[in-house]
Each structure stands twice: as C-alpha cells, then as structure tokens.
Design a protein around this ligand. Structure first.
Ligand SMILES: *Cc1c(COP(=O)(O)O)cnc(C)c1O
Length: 279
C-alpha cells in the first residue's frame, strides 16, 4: 500500500535494509517504481543499524522507508534518520506502544497489531494528512489510504474483534500502566535485566552492536549449534516457549513484548544462569 499511495511524485523511494521485513518491503516496492537500497547491513548479518553517514538518500525520493525494530535480528533504530524534506515511512510492527514516539518525525507509520497491540488481523496506520493523495491509478479502492481516512476505517467491515481488543490494550496502557512513559520504563528494565546478564555471561552472547539493541527482541547464541538446541529443548520443557531464533540467524531469541511481565524475564535469566552453570 505504501508504494501504491506514496510513490506517485518522482516515482522513487529509498529503502534502508536492516533485516528481513525491510528487505521484503523493498522487494515489493520495486514492483511499483524506482525503489533503491539506501544502505544495507546484510554483509554484517544485520547486526547493526547504519549511521546517518552511511545512507545514500536521493533528495527527490517520494519517501524513505525503514523498519524501526528488526524483530528477527534484535536491532532497533535508536536514532531517527534525517531525511530532509523527504517523508520518513516506518514499519513499527514490533515496537509500537513500547515507548513514546514523536509521530511528527514521520510521514507514515504502519504496524501489524500482532506483536504489541492486538490479535493478528488489524494493521494500524498513522499518516500525515498531506500524504493522503491520489494513489497509482490501478490501486484497488481498498488499498487507498484516502478511502480508509474518509470512511473512519470502516469502508468495509473491519476486523471488529481485533479492534475491540486493541481498544482494551490502549486503555490498559493508559489507565493501568500509566502511559507510554511508564511502559518504556518497564520495557527498559526488562531489557536491561536480560542484556546485563548476557554481557556478563561466559556462555551466552548477544551478537548485536550494543547501541543498536532492541528492547523488544533479544537474540543470543552460545556459539555451539548443539548447545543452542539443547538450551531450546530444556527451556521449552521449563515453559519458556518459542525461544528458538529465526532460522536465518540461528541461536535463540527472547521476544519480550509489552505483554511479557518483568517476572517472566527474571525467570528466564535465572534459567539461563542455571543452564550456564550446568553446561
Ligand atoms: C511481524 C512483523 C511483520 C509482519 O509479519 P507477519 O507476521 O508476517 O504478518 C512486519 N514487520 C515487522 C517488523 C514485524 O515484526
């Protein structure tokens, strides 16, 4: 939907490749116009986020696309790239609502609900009003942001259950957690627990450059594939499910989204310490 709606000026868009989802977005965009890779950290197996100086941005591009939090690789844009007058588009699927965001810095933010917001099936889009314009002529009516905006997101019957749960989650953050500032404090504490253990560990290691670490997804390896497999199997038996890393990275990945309480992370760290002692 992003290229169909926004790649309508110069027909150019710059994509910064920091993992699988940004690469997929880039490949899709190429079907619609002149999409270029403004930087890629693939050579380093996506273990860091490129610095501003590494970005090759075209000033006449219609937008620059980033994936804010790289779910599979456990990295996060911990700075906002300067794109000048070119609107910044961000996939925030795996970090939205984890901390406050200055939406004014973005032209468009999109996020699938299934990580931090609600069950799969609904996607949230926050778009700058002036970017809602005539899409490419072949764009289906349903894929026109203007259609969604003009109809209060109810041009068709939307996924009501997901939206209802999203409403409950937003209320929970606002009324019980105390807002996104408080949510961020909790998430920072959770991530710090895990990363400080990893930094001290003689067995486990986090492969990501420290300034690019994700607060939501922490990846770690032992350096030995058999030991990784043993860890995943024992962790599973102890109730730590889905801890196996994505097949493209191997090792382990702890996804510690908003719904994961601090206690869960503390228990994981205890379990890892015990495993380290025994292995
Ligand atoms: C999960 C995710 C998606 C969408 O993934 P599906 O589960 O395939 O719908 C897109 N971008 C990011 C950053 C994600 O974490």
């Amino acid at each position: 939907m992003v290229p169909m709606n926004l790649m309508t000026g110069s027909g150019k868009a710059d994509y910064i490749l920091t993992g699988q989802f940004s690469t997929k977005a880039y490949q899709e965009a190429k079907k619609y116009g002149d999409a270029a890779a403004a930087a890629s950290t693939k050579e380093a197996n996506f273990t860091y986020i490129p610095a501003q100086e590494e970005l090759v941005l075209r000033p006449d591009a219609d937008y620059v696309h980033i994936c804010e939090n790289n779910t599979i690789y456990g990295t996060k844009w911990n700075y906002t790239p300067d794109t000048g007058d070119v609107p910044l588009v961000a996939d925030m699927s795996s970090c939205i609502l984890s901390q406050p965001v200055d939406v004014n810095k973005y032209g468009l933010i999109y996020a699938g609900a299934q990580k931090n917001m609600a069950p799969a099936g609904v996607t949230v889009v926050i778009i700058r009003k002036d970017l809602i314009k005539e899409p490419m002529p072949f764009a289906p009516t349903m894929f026109n942001y203007g259609t969604m905006a003009a109809n209060d997101s109810m041009y068709n019957t939307p996924p009501c259950w997901c939206i209802y749960v999203l409403g409950l989650v937003l209320k929970w953050i606002q009324e019980e957690v105390g807002g996104l500032e408080e949510m961020e404090k909790i998430n920072k504490a959770k991530a710090a627990l895990l990363y400080s253990f990893l930094d001290e560990s003689k067995l486990f290691k986090n492969p990501v450059r420290p300034d690019c670490r994700s607060m939501m997804n922490a990846t770690f390896v032992t350096g030995d594939a058999d030991l990784d497999a043993k860890f995943c199997s024992e962790a599973g038996k102890a109730g730590f499910v889905s801890i196996k890393g994505h097949r493209s990275v191997g090792g382990m990945r702890a996804s510690i989204y908003n719904a994961m309480p601090t206690e869960g992370v503390a228990k994981l760290v205890d379990f890892m310490a015990e495993f380290e002692k025994n292995n």
